[in-house]
Design a protein around this ligand. Sequence first.
Ligand code: 8NA
Ligand code: MG
Ligand code: MG
Ligand code: MG
Length: 315
Amino acid sequence: ERQRLKDKFIGALVGTFVGDTLGMAVEGYSLNQIEAEYGHIEHMLEARLGSGTYTDDTEMMIGVAESLIAVNGFDGKDMANKFITNLNLDRGYGSGTIQALNNIKAGTSWQEAGKYVFGNGSFGNGSAMRVAPIGVFYHDNYEKLKEKAKKSSLITHAHPLGKTGATLQALTVGYAINQASDSDFSVENYLNFLSKLLDLDSKEFSHKFRLINEYLDDQPNKEQVAKELGSDTRVFNSVPTSIYSFLANLNEFRDAVLYAINLGGDTDTVGAMTGAIAGAYHGFDKIPKDWLNNLENNKKGLDYIINLGERLFEL
Ligand code: 8NA
Ligand code: MG
Ligand code: MG
Ligand code: MG
């Protein structure tokens, strides 16, 4: 039982890494462009920093995990400092996130740094793509999970939609950790769980959840999903897409992540978020070995991230 839970912790973190890495080579490609160039993506491709390398999604996820471990829980100031210490612009960061982190470097507090990015805060998917360790760490207390996810978003993504998106993703990871992967996952129970904990009434999110419900009955083709559910850097066009990719492919980690990436769009990020949820549900041992063997494993690579998962579990 303990080993199983530990495996799920590691699965959420490494799932982020794998999805990010698989998707990065085609970030910004449309579904049609992917089909024309690759057919259906199933393997690690050559990418910006080489095959198997990760992007900002994983780099920031590492910062979240490192900070939770260092202070045994959420501390905004410490987490902001971890983001700044780890920041490698070659990994490809969103401009809003760079701006917020620059504000912190210049002395603005973590609570204030993201407030005026893009006017009234960013609703990019940057605070949701990195949030898996919070879902994992607070999986046994959903109220606390919610509060900490929201605060972790505030560092860079202060817009209400940005905070909701990160909270939605973190709650989904926490919920997935708590479901035995060999039992039937009830979509209905999951959606009830969400509606009790989170206000998704904003038109951006309620529309997406209406679509998800429809799709789970109708199973539309990828073209329709890509067009209507969407995949781009805004959080309401990426977290619901990740949730659907997971729900529509409950049986296999591999199927869920490949589904997400082959939709095109913000492929590394929707891949990372789908990988986090599916990894939390299925566990590390269900992540295909041919993918794991390809991942970068230098200073902060695969072994380091597995170790972060283990340490979060021990705490
Ligand atoms: P962000 O805060 O800059 O948000 C991402 C984008 O969302 C912005 O550039 C805007 O287009 C849009 N946006 C956010 N808030 C608002 C607003 N209030 N009003 C209007 N538009 C808004 O950065 P982020 O950290 O959220 O971005 C995450 C994305 O950046 C991920 O896809 C990640 O992979 C990375 N990314 C990297 C590359 C690359 O280097 N190749 C390309 C795209 C994205
Ligand atoms: Mg990225
Ligand atoms: Mg299936
Ligand atoms: Mg991306």
